[in-house]
Design a protein around this ligand. Structure first.
Ligand SMILES: Cc1ncc(COP(=O)(O)O)c(C=O)c1O
Length: 395
């Protein structure tokens, strides 16, 4: 595992006012209102006592998003929320009044939704979420996937009524194709990554994730523990930035140390942290952590993580695979956790860090540490998951 302690002079600075407005505690009521029609279940915060004991820390809490919805990942929260917000805003503009989320099914709202086509690029999970949101408001969705996205994941998006277009190349090529086609056709891009001049919609996607963070805070209150560390896996960084911004805005001085986890093969935030600016890295070998295979950070995410992340780490393929298998066959009394290829990356990094005395010390992990991690996806490609369960892990 590679580790870089954040040396940016922005580290520790307060959140910018706009990010506080987008991801602070004041937006939770709105997030709850607009996600209510989506029938999400509250996901469990598992206490992984046996694993914590083995790692020599006090407590490991694992927020398990595999059962959030039939979509099988936390991403269900973001894309769908952004689509609903965009259509509701258009409805408010056309009807000239405040429109409540409970009106989503009304004929007048569905008619407005039908006139809107949304589009996005995806590794799989975001596209499913956008497709689900579009279905809810009666809109069309066109989802762009790249060469590495499995056909099972494409089928799952189609099953929600979206059109899927496969483009050759990497994720970045699918983003470019989606943007180009949307511009030509007058579609609304619902991206989970942001770039200069395009922030509002990705910020809405990230805002949707706050439902999960708010739940964690309530669950922590019930179990009466204070966090010392949180390990957050990152693709473009939107998930990690939303979680850390909300924890920072809510907990203030009591916020935990944030550790950002990426695959060695796609570590754009790690490299950005070293160069202290958002950088685009070269595309290398594919990683099994398919949902984390991103080569350029989201601008909003970078801005937040530059000041909120204590450290950036990278993990190898074997660590991810070992963790997928470990969570499927846990030591008693820990629960079984259905964790797909990208789902357990945070736990994998914690395991690696605890096994390396110098890194453990640099991160300040010890027998008093209370660590939070997220299982961000279940078996979002069930056949692949079953194959990986039996795969020999290279040493
Ligand atoms: C399962 C899973 N985990 C983590 C992430 C990382 O999220 P982000 O790209 O916002 O960093 C994704 C993104 O699609 C994902 O699907």
């Amino acid at each position: 595992m590679q580790l870089h302690i954040n040396t940016s002079r922005r580290f520790g600075q307060p959140l910018r006012t706009e990010d506080l407005g987008r991801f602070g505690p004041d937006v939770i009521a709105e997030v709850r209102e607009y996600t209510a029609p989506m029938d999400f279940v509250v996901t469990p915060l598992h206490r992984m006592g046996a694993l914590a004991h083995r790692l020599g820390i006090s407590t490991l809490l694992l927020k398990d998003e595999s059962g959030r919805s039939p979509l099988g990942s936390f991403k269900a929260l973001g894309g769908a929320y952004a689509v609903v917000r965009v259509v509701m805003a258009e409805a408010e503009r056309q009807l000239g009044r405040r429109v409540r989320a409970r009106e989503i099914g009304d004929a007048s709202i569905q008619e407005i939704g039908r006139a809107i086509t949304v589009a996005c690029a995806t590794d799989g999970n975001h596209g499913r979420s956008v497709a689900a949101g579009a279905k809810l408001v009666g809109s069309q969705a066109v989802v762009f996937i790249h060469g590495g996205v499995t056909e099972a994941r494409a089928d799952a998006i189609r099953a929600l009524g979206a059109e899927v277009r496969r483009v050759s190349g990497s994720y970045d090529e699918s983003v470019a194709a989606a943007n180009e086609e949307a511009r030509r056709s007058g579609w609304q891009i619902i991206s989970d990554t942001s770039w200069p001049g395009y922030e509002d919609i990705p910020a809405l996607v990230m805002q949707g994730y706050l439902l999960m963070v708010d739940e964690v805070l309530q669950q922590l209150c019930e179990s009466n523990v204070s966090l010392t560390h949180v390990f957050l896996q990152a693709g473009v960084g939107g998930f990690a930035a939303a979680v850390s911004a909300h924890l920072s805005a809510t907990l203030g001085e009591a916020k935990p140390r944030v550790i950002i986890v990426e695959p060695e093969r796609a570590a754009c935030l790690f490299q950005s942290a070293i160069e202290q600016r958002p950088v685009r890295i070269k595309i290398g070998e594919p990683t099994i952590m398919a949902m984390l295979e991103c080569h350029e950070p989201s601008l909003i995410a970078w801005r937040i993580l530059e000041s909120e992340a204590y450290a950036f780490v990278t993990i190898g393929e074997a660590a991810a695979l070992r963790t997928l298998q470990l969570l499927a066959k846990p030591e008693v009394p820990d629960p079984f956790v259905l964790s797909g290829e990208s789902g357990g990356a945070g736990v994998a990094a914690l395991i690696e860090a605890c096994a390396a005395p110098h890194q453990r010390e640099l991160l300040g992990l010890d027998e008093r540490s209370v660590v939070l991690a997220f299982n961000t996806e279940g078996a979002t490609d069930p056949a692949l998951y079953r194959r990986l369960l039996d795969e020999q892990v290279p040493a």
